[in-house]
Design a binder for this molecule. Sequence first.
Ligand code: PEP
Ligand code: MN
Length: 366
Amino acid sequence: MFLVLEDRLDEKASADILDALVQLGMQAELVRSSKQVLIFVHSDVRAVPTHKFTRIPGVARVMRTAPTSPLALSDELRTVDLTSNQNSLTIGGGAAPVIMAGPCSVEGREQLLELAHKVKSAGATMLRGGAFKPRTSPYEFPGLGQDALSYLREASIATGLPVVSEVMSAEQIEIALDYVDMLQIGARNMYNYELLKEVGKAGKPVFLKRGLSATIDEFVHAVEYIMLAGNNQVVLCERGIRTFETRTRNTLDLSAVPLLKSMTGLPVIVDPSHATGKRSLIRSMSRAAIACGADGLMIETHCQPNQSISDAEQAITPDDLALISADSLALFESLKGLDETPAAAAGPQGEPRPRLVVACATPGSN
Ligand code: PEP
Ligand code: MN
Protein backbone atom coordinates (compact mmCIF):
# COMPACT_ATOMS: atom_id res chain seq x y z
CA MET A 1 0.00 0.00 0.00
CA PHE A 2 1.15 3.56 -0.72
CA LEU A 3 0.36 6.74 1.19
CA VAL A 4 0.56 9.83 -1.02
CA LEU A 5 1.90 12.75 1.00
CA GLU A 6 0.74 16.35 0.60
CA ASP A 7 2.86 18.40 -1.82
CA ARG A 8 3.64 21.10 0.72
CA LEU A 9 5.50 18.76 3.11
CA ASP A 10 9.21 19.25 3.59
CA GLU A 11 11.69 16.40 4.11
CA LYS A 12 11.45 16.56 7.88
CA ALA A 13 7.66 16.37 7.90
CA SER A 14 7.73 13.38 5.51
CA ALA A 15 10.32 11.62 7.66
CA ASP A 16 8.17 12.25 10.76
CA ILE A 17 5.21 10.46 9.16
CA LEU A 18 7.45 7.55 8.26
CA ASP A 19 8.71 7.42 11.87
CA ALA A 20 5.16 7.44 13.21
CA LEU A 21 4.32 4.38 11.08
CA VAL A 22 7.47 2.58 12.16
CA GLN A 23 6.58 3.33 15.81
CA LEU A 24 3.27 1.60 15.14
CA GLY A 25 5.24 -1.51 14.18
CA MET A 26 4.90 -1.11 10.39
CA GLN A 27 7.63 -1.64 7.85
CA ALA A 28 7.61 1.33 5.52
CA GLU A 29 9.90 3.43 3.32
CA LEU A 30 9.84 6.82 1.62
CA VAL A 31 9.69 6.76 -2.17
CA ARG A 32 10.22 9.93 -4.21
CA SER A 33 8.63 9.71 -7.64
CA SER A 34 9.03 12.41 -10.28
CA LYS A 35 5.75 13.98 -9.14
CA GLN A 36 5.07 12.97 -5.53
CA VAL A 37 6.49 11.78 -2.27
CA LEU A 38 4.97 8.47 -1.26
CA ILE A 39 5.33 6.11 1.66
CA PHE A 40 5.39 2.48 0.66
CA VAL A 41 4.02 0.33 3.49
CA HIS A 42 5.46 -3.18 3.22
CA SER A 43 3.50 -4.65 6.15
CA ASP A 44 0.18 -6.37 5.65
CA VAL A 45 -2.29 -3.60 6.51
CA ARG A 46 -5.39 -5.07 4.91
CA ALA A 47 -7.12 -5.18 8.30
CA VAL A 48 -6.28 -1.55 9.12
CA PRO A 49 -9.10 0.78 8.06
CA THR A 50 -8.15 3.46 5.53
CA HIS A 51 -9.24 6.35 7.77
CA LYS A 52 -6.48 5.45 10.25
CA PHE A 53 -4.02 6.53 7.58
CA THR A 54 -5.91 9.46 6.08
CA ARG A 55 -6.20 10.95 9.57
CA ILE A 56 -2.42 11.31 9.83
CA PRO A 57 -1.62 15.00 9.17
CA GLY A 58 0.26 15.34 5.87
CA VAL A 59 -1.22 12.22 4.24
CA ALA A 60 -3.21 13.29 1.18
CA ARG A 61 -4.41 9.92 -0.06
CA VAL A 62 -4.19 6.17 0.42
CA MET A 63 -3.60 3.88 -2.55
CA ARG A 64 -4.50 0.29 -1.71
CA THR A 65 -4.03 -0.85 -5.28
CA ALA A 66 -0.85 0.98 -5.91
CA PRO A 67 0.98 1.68 -9.16
CA THR A 68 3.64 -0.98 -9.50
CA SER A 69 6.36 1.35 -10.75
CA PRO A 70 5.82 4.87 -9.37
CA LEU A 71 9.49 5.78 -9.77
CA ALA A 72 10.12 4.34 -13.20
CA LEU A 73 6.98 5.77 -14.76
CA SER A 74 7.14 9.43 -15.71
CA ASP A 75 5.69 11.57 -18.44
CA GLU A 76 8.62 13.95 -18.32
CA LEU A 77 11.75 13.37 -20.39
CA ARG A 78 14.74 12.55 -18.23
CA THR A 79 18.39 12.65 -19.19
CA VAL A 80 21.37 10.69 -17.94
CA ASP A 81 24.49 12.80 -17.61
CA LEU A 82 27.97 11.34 -17.55
CA THR A 83 31.12 13.17 -16.59
CA SER A 84 34.30 11.46 -17.62
CA ASN A 85 37.83 12.83 -18.07
CA GLN A 86 36.44 16.34 -17.41
CA ASN A 87 34.01 16.02 -20.34
CA SER A 88 30.28 15.67 -19.98
CA LEU A 89 27.90 13.67 -22.13
CA THR A 90 24.12 13.89 -22.02
CA ILE A 91 22.08 10.86 -23.03
CA GLY A 92 18.41 11.34 -23.88
CA GLY A 93 16.10 14.30 -23.46
CA GLY A 94 16.48 15.28 -27.10
CA ALA A 95 20.30 15.35 -27.14
CA ALA A 96 22.10 14.13 -30.27
CA PRO A 97 22.28 10.32 -30.54
CA VAL A 98 25.00 8.69 -28.48
CA ILE A 99 27.09 6.11 -30.34
CA MET A 100 28.53 3.45 -28.02
CA ALA A 101 31.03 1.29 -29.85
CA GLY A 102 33.74 -1.23 -29.07
CA PRO A 103 34.42 -4.94 -29.00
CA CYS A 104 32.12 -7.63 -27.68
CA SER A 105 35.00 -8.71 -25.41
CA VAL A 106 38.12 -6.75 -24.62
CA GLU A 107 40.80 -9.03 -26.07
CA GLY A 108 43.99 -7.18 -25.13
CA ARG A 109 45.49 -3.78 -24.40
CA GLU A 110 46.83 -2.95 -27.88
CA GLN A 111 43.69 -4.25 -29.58
CA LEU A 112 41.54 -2.00 -27.44
CA LEU A 113 43.67 1.13 -27.70
CA GLU A 114 43.84 0.90 -31.48
CA LEU A 115 40.11 0.28 -31.72
CA ALA A 116 39.20 3.06 -29.27
CA HIS A 117 41.01 5.65 -31.42
CA LYS A 118 39.37 4.30 -34.56
CA VAL A 119 35.84 4.28 -33.19
CA LYS A 120 36.32 7.78 -31.90
CA SER A 121 37.35 8.94 -35.39
CA ALA A 122 34.30 7.08 -36.70
CA GLY A 123 31.98 9.22 -34.55
CA ALA A 124 31.60 7.11 -31.40
CA THR A 125 30.83 9.09 -28.27
CA MET A 126 31.24 6.21 -25.81
CA LEU A 127 33.43 3.13 -25.61
CA ARG A 128 31.94 -0.27 -24.80
CA GLY A 129 33.77 -3.52 -24.10
CA GLY A 130 33.10 -6.73 -22.23
CA ALA A 131 35.41 -7.46 -19.29
CA PHE A 132 33.20 -9.94 -17.43
CA LYS A 133 31.40 -11.87 -20.16
CA PRO A 134 28.13 -13.72 -19.59
CA ARG A 135 28.68 -16.74 -21.84
CA THR A 136 25.94 -19.19 -22.71
CA SER A 137 28.46 -22.06 -22.52
CA PRO A 138 30.85 -22.22 -19.56
CA TYR A 139 33.62 -23.32 -21.96
CA GLU A 140 33.60 -20.05 -23.93
CA PHE A 141 35.92 -17.06 -23.36
CA PRO A 142 34.83 -15.47 -20.04
CA GLY A 143 36.57 -12.11 -20.60
CA LEU A 144 39.81 -10.70 -19.18
CA GLY A 145 38.13 -9.37 -16.02
CA GLN A 146 39.91 -6.60 -14.14
CA ASP A 147 42.74 -6.40 -16.71
CA ALA A 148 40.13 -5.58 -19.35
CA LEU A 149 38.70 -2.87 -17.11
CA SER A 150 42.11 -1.26 -16.74
CA TYR A 151 42.58 -1.30 -20.54
CA LEU A 152 39.15 0.31 -20.92
CA ARG A 153 40.11 3.07 -18.50
CA GLU A 154 43.40 3.63 -20.29
CA ALA A 155 41.59 3.84 -23.63
CA SER A 156 39.09 6.24 -22.10
CA ILE A 157 41.84 8.55 -20.89
CA ALA A 158 43.59 8.36 -24.26
CA THR A 159 40.45 9.18 -26.28
CA GLY A 160 38.19 11.06 -23.85
CA LEU A 161 35.39 8.54 -24.47
CA PRO A 162 33.36 7.51 -21.40
CA VAL A 163 33.24 3.75 -20.80
CA VAL A 164 30.41 1.28 -20.24
CA SER A 165 31.02 -2.35 -19.27
CA GLU A 166 28.93 -5.21 -17.92
CA VAL A 167 28.88 -6.47 -14.34
CA MET A 168 27.22 -9.69 -13.19
CA SER A 169 27.68 -9.69 -9.41
CA ALA A 170 28.03 -7.39 -6.43
CA GLU A 171 31.77 -8.18 -6.31
CA GLN A 172 32.19 -7.18 -9.94
CA ILE A 173 30.35 -3.89 -9.28
CA GLU A 174 32.87 -3.08 -6.56
CA ILE A 175 35.77 -3.78 -8.90
CA ALA A 176 34.29 -1.96 -11.90
CA LEU A 177 33.45 1.25 -10.03
CA ASP A 178 37.03 2.50 -10.29
CA TYR A 179 37.19 1.98 -14.05
CA VAL A 180 33.85 2.60 -15.76
CA ASP A 181 31.50 5.56 -16.19
CA MET A 182 28.36 3.48 -16.56
CA LEU A 183 27.58 -0.03 -15.27
CA GLN A 184 25.89 -2.36 -17.74
CA ILE A 185 23.38 -4.96 -16.61
CA GLY A 186 23.07 -7.45 -19.43
CA ALA A 187 19.99 -9.14 -20.82
CA ARG A 188 20.60 -12.33 -18.84
CA ASN A 189 20.61 -10.40 -15.57
CA MET A 190 17.62 -8.10 -16.07
CA TYR A 191 15.65 -10.42 -13.78
CA ASN A 192 18.40 -10.62 -11.15
CA TYR A 193 16.67 -8.46 -8.56
CA GLU A 194 19.46 -8.66 -5.98
CA LEU A 195 21.92 -7.40 -8.61
CA LEU A 196 19.51 -4.61 -9.60
CA LYS A 197 19.36 -3.49 -5.97
CA GLU A 198 23.16 -3.56 -5.73
CA VAL A 199 23.64 -1.54 -8.89
CA GLY A 200 21.00 0.88 -7.62
CA LYS A 201 23.19 1.55 -4.59
CA ALA A 202 26.42 1.91 -6.56
CA GLY A 203 26.06 5.63 -7.33
CA LYS A 204 26.92 5.29 -11.06
CA PRO A 205 24.60 5.52 -14.07
CA VAL A 206 23.21 2.15 -15.12
CA PHE A 207 22.79 0.79 -18.64
CA LEU A 208 19.99 -1.77 -18.35
CA LYS A 209 19.41 -4.19 -21.21
CA ARG A 210 16.03 -5.76 -21.83
CA GLY A 211 15.81 -9.42 -20.84
CA LEU A 212 15.72 -12.00 -23.61
CA SER A 213 12.02 -12.62 -23.09
CA ALA A 214 11.06 -9.67 -20.93
CA THR A 215 7.79 -7.86 -21.48
CA ILE A 216 7.82 -4.09 -21.41
CA ASP A 217 6.22 -4.13 -17.96
CA GLU A 218 8.85 -6.52 -16.60
CA PHE A 219 11.55 -4.25 -18.03
CA VAL A 220 9.97 -1.23 -16.32
CA HIS A 221 9.74 -3.14 -13.01
CA ALA A 222 13.47 -3.85 -13.28
CA VAL A 223 14.03 -0.07 -13.57
CA GLU A 224 11.89 0.38 -10.46
CA TYR A 225 14.21 -1.90 -8.47
CA ILE A 226 17.20 0.24 -9.43
CA MET A 227 15.43 3.51 -8.68
CA LEU A 228 14.02 2.29 -5.38
CA ALA A 229 17.59 1.55 -4.30
CA GLY A 230 18.37 5.24 -4.89
CA ASN A 231 19.55 5.57 -8.49
CA ASN A 232 17.53 7.52 -11.07
CA GLN A 233 20.30 7.55 -13.67
CA VAL A 234 19.12 4.67 -15.82
CA VAL A 235 19.52 4.21 -19.58
CA LEU A 236 17.40 1.49 -21.19
CA CYS A 237 18.55 -0.71 -24.04
CA GLU A 238 16.39 -2.62 -26.51
CA ARG A 239 18.61 -5.46 -27.73
CA GLY A 240 16.08 -7.75 -29.36
CA ILE A 241 13.85 -10.39 -27.85
CA ARG A 242 13.51 -14.12 -28.46
CA THR A 243 10.83 -15.10 -30.93
CA PHE A 244 10.21 -18.06 -33.25
CA GLU A 245 12.44 -16.44 -35.89
CA THR A 246 15.80 -18.11 -36.40
CA ARG A 247 17.26 -16.15 -39.33
CA THR A 248 18.18 -13.39 -36.96
CA ARG A 249 19.76 -13.91 -33.53
CA ASN A 250 16.82 -12.10 -31.88
CA THR A 251 13.92 -9.97 -33.08
CA LEU A 252 14.45 -6.23 -32.73
CA ASP A 253 11.32 -4.81 -31.09
CA LEU A 254 11.46 -1.21 -32.22
CA SER A 255 7.99 -0.45 -30.90
CA ALA A 256 9.62 -0.71 -27.47
CA VAL A 257 11.54 2.51 -28.15
CA PRO A 258 8.69 5.06 -28.32
CA LEU A 259 6.66 3.03 -25.83
CA LEU A 260 9.40 2.96 -23.18
CA LYS A 261 10.13 6.63 -23.77
CA SER A 262 6.51 7.60 -23.31
CA MET A 263 6.14 5.41 -20.22
CA THR A 264 9.37 6.29 -18.42
CA GLY A 265 10.81 9.40 -20.10
CA LEU A 266 14.20 7.67 -19.82
CA PRO A 267 16.79 7.50 -22.61
CA VAL A 268 16.43 4.40 -24.79
CA ILE A 269 19.36 3.00 -26.76
CA VAL A 270 19.11 0.32 -29.44
CA ASP A 271 21.68 -2.47 -29.80
CA PRO A 272 21.30 -3.74 -33.37
CA SER A 273 24.33 -6.06 -32.95
CA HIS A 274 22.77 -8.49 -30.46
CA ALA A 275 19.31 -7.87 -31.90
CA THR A 276 20.20 -9.17 -35.36
CA GLY A 277 23.43 -11.11 -34.90
CA LYS A 278 24.26 -10.22 -38.52
CA ARG A 279 26.60 -7.46 -39.60
CA SER A 280 24.72 -7.01 -42.88
CA LEU A 281 21.61 -5.83 -41.01
CA ILE A 282 23.20 -3.41 -38.60
CA ARG A 283 23.19 -0.27 -40.74
CA SER A 284 19.51 -0.59 -41.74
CA MET A 285 18.34 -1.33 -38.23
CA SER A 286 20.42 1.55 -36.87
CA ARG A 287 18.65 3.90 -39.25
CA ALA A 288 15.30 2.51 -38.18
CA ALA A 289 16.21 2.88 -34.51
CA ILE A 290 17.09 6.56 -34.83
CA ALA A 291 13.99 7.17 -36.94
CA CYS A 292 11.73 5.83 -34.19
CA GLY A 293 13.33 7.97 -31.50
CA ALA A 294 16.23 5.99 -30.04
CA ASP A 295 18.61 8.20 -28.09
CA GLY A 296 21.58 6.30 -29.42
CA LEU A 297 23.05 3.00 -30.53
CA MET A 298 25.32 0.37 -29.03
CA ILE A 299 27.30 -1.39 -31.77
CA GLU A 300 29.94 -4.11 -31.52
CA THR A 301 32.95 -2.98 -33.51
CA HIS A 302 36.30 -4.66 -34.19
CA CYS A 303 39.35 -3.81 -36.34
CA GLN A 304 39.24 -7.36 -37.80
CA PRO A 305 35.62 -8.37 -37.26
CA ASN A 306 36.05 -11.97 -38.43
CA GLN A 307 38.74 -12.50 -35.86
CA SER A 308 36.67 -11.35 -32.89
CA ILE A 309 36.91 -13.88 -30.06
CA SER A 310 33.19 -13.52 -29.40
CA ASP A 311 30.23 -12.53 -31.58
CA ALA A 312 32.33 -12.28 -34.76
CA GLU A 313 29.30 -12.54 -37.11
CA GLN A 314 27.81 -9.30 -35.80
CA ALA A 315 30.99 -7.22 -35.44
CA ILE A 316 31.51 -4.37 -37.91
CA THR A 317 34.58 -2.35 -38.86
CA PRO A 318 35.24 1.22 -37.71
CA ASP A 319 34.71 2.27 -41.36
CA ASP A 320 31.18 0.86 -41.29
CA LEU A 321 30.62 2.50 -37.94
CA ALA A 322 31.52 5.86 -39.52
CA LEU A 323 28.71 5.41 -42.05
CA ILE A 324 26.24 4.60 -39.27
CA SER A 325 27.31 7.61 -37.17
CA ALA A 326 26.84 9.87 -40.18
CA ASP A 327 23.41 8.33 -40.92
CA SER A 328 22.37 8.82 -37.31
CA LEU A 329 23.29 12.48 -37.15
CA ALA A 330 21.68 13.21 -40.50
CA LEU A 331 18.46 11.46 -39.50
CA PHE A 332 18.41 13.14 -36.11
CA GLU A 333 18.79 16.57 -37.70
CA SER A 334 16.13 15.97 -40.35
CA LEU A 335 13.61 14.54 -37.87
CA LYS A 336 13.82 17.68 -35.77
CA GLY A 337 12.02 19.54 -38.55
CA LEU A 338 9.00 17.21 -38.68
CA ASP A 339 5.54 17.72 -37.25
CA GLU A 340 5.44 16.93 -33.53
CA THR A 341 1.77 16.04 -33.20
CA PRO A 342 1.38 12.67 -31.46
CA ALA A 343 -0.16 10.11 -33.78
CA ALA A 344 -2.66 8.59 -31.37
CA ALA A 345 -4.58 9.23 -28.20
CA ALA A 346 -3.98 7.22 -25.02
CA GLY A 347 -4.16 3.50 -25.66
CA PRO A 348 -6.65 1.05 -24.16
CA GLN A 349 -4.24 0.12 -21.35
CA GLY A 350 -4.06 3.75 -20.41
CA GLU A 351 -0.45 4.15 -21.49
CA PRO A 352 0.48 7.75 -22.20
CA ARG A 353 0.29 9.15 -25.73
CA PRO A 354 3.37 8.01 -27.59
CA ARG A 355 5.64 10.94 -28.28
CA LEU A 356 6.87 11.34 -31.76
CA VAL A 357 10.61 11.33 -32.08
CA VAL A 358 10.77 15.02 -32.72
CA ALA A 359 8.82 15.85 -29.59
CA CYS A 360 11.92 14.81 -27.68
CA ALA A 361 14.00 17.60 -29.10
CA THR A 362 13.22 20.88 -27.38
CA PRO A 363 14.43 23.93 -29.30
CA GLY A 364 17.92 24.91 -28.30
CA SER A 365 18.51 21.79 -26.21
CA ASN A 366 21.05 20.29 -28.56
C1 PEP B 1 26.83 -7.26 -24.40
O1 PEP B 1 26.36 -6.15 -24.71
O2 PEP B 1 28.05 -7.45 -24.28
C2 PEP B 1 25.92 -8.41 -24.19
C3 PEP B 1 26.37 -9.55 -23.68
O3 PEP B 1 24.67 -8.16 -24.59
P1 PEP B 1 23.27 -8.80 -24.06
O4 PEP B 1 23.32 -8.75 -22.56
O5 PEP B 1 22.26 -7.91 -24.68
O6 PEP B 1 23.22 -10.20 -24.59
MN1 MN C 1 28.46 -9.57 -27.80
